[in-house]
Ligand binder design. Structure first.
Ligand code: ADP
Length: 167
């Protein structure tokens, strides 16, 4: 019998990552162990008013995940299910911090399932250490020149200091 090649298990972790936090990093690290390849995809969403450009967010993500060989950084401006098709990925990874996250995520996952029933959303529970942590909280603290050293990787802390240096 001819040996069948196994299809690689590719997952996509989509989000704004404005900027990437230690909460995101925890999910990236854990998810990268579960799949052959994990694509961290920055959503290029015109309706939000981001602090970092998509390129800046991608660059920061690239730096802080450089030690994870099966993690790839990308961005997309399309329906997530179309992007998944393009990347031949079948699994969406999302993180859950709270019941509020759950309600929103359930709606997203159901919508994506309706658009393409082959796509599976997998939820990872937050590390309790980071259950309160969001990019918005980080930006709020950094805007008042507060200490975000425990919340984001050092490269992100530096980038935040530069952003808010003259504000
Ligand atoms: P979005 O704008 O798509 O919510 P985010 O960058 O805020 O993008 O979040 C991307 C994903 O990471 C979401 O599934 C979110 O719930 C999850 N996430 C964000 N912060 C944390 C955290 N501290 N712990 C676990 N998951 C998180």
């Amino acid at each position: 019998m001819e040996h069948q090649r196994k299809t690689p298990r590719i997952a996509v972790y989509p989000g704004s990552f404005d900027p990437v936090t230690k909460g995101h990093m925890d999910i990236i690290q854990r998810a990268s162990r579960q799949f052959d390849k994990l694509i961290v995809a920055v959503l290029n969403n015109l309706s939000k008013n981001p602090l970092f450009t998509v390129d800046e967010r991608k660059e920061l993500l690239g730096t802080v995940t450089a030690h994870l060989p099966n993690v790839e950084i990308d961005s997309f401006r399309d329906l997530l299910v179309n992007y998944m098709d393009l990347k031949q990925a079948h699994v969406i990874v999302r993180g859950i911090r709270s019941v509020t996250d759950f309600e929103y995520e359930l709606q997203l996952a159901s919508t994506n399932h309706k658009l393409n029933s082959e796509v599976e959303t997998i939820f990872m529970m937050t590390n309790p250490k980071y259950s309160y942590l969001s990019s918005s909280v980080v930006k709020e603290i950094a805007s008042f020149h507060g200490d975000v050293g425990d919340l984001v990787p050092p490269e992100v802390e530096k980038a935040l200091k530069e952003k808010f240096a003259n504000r």
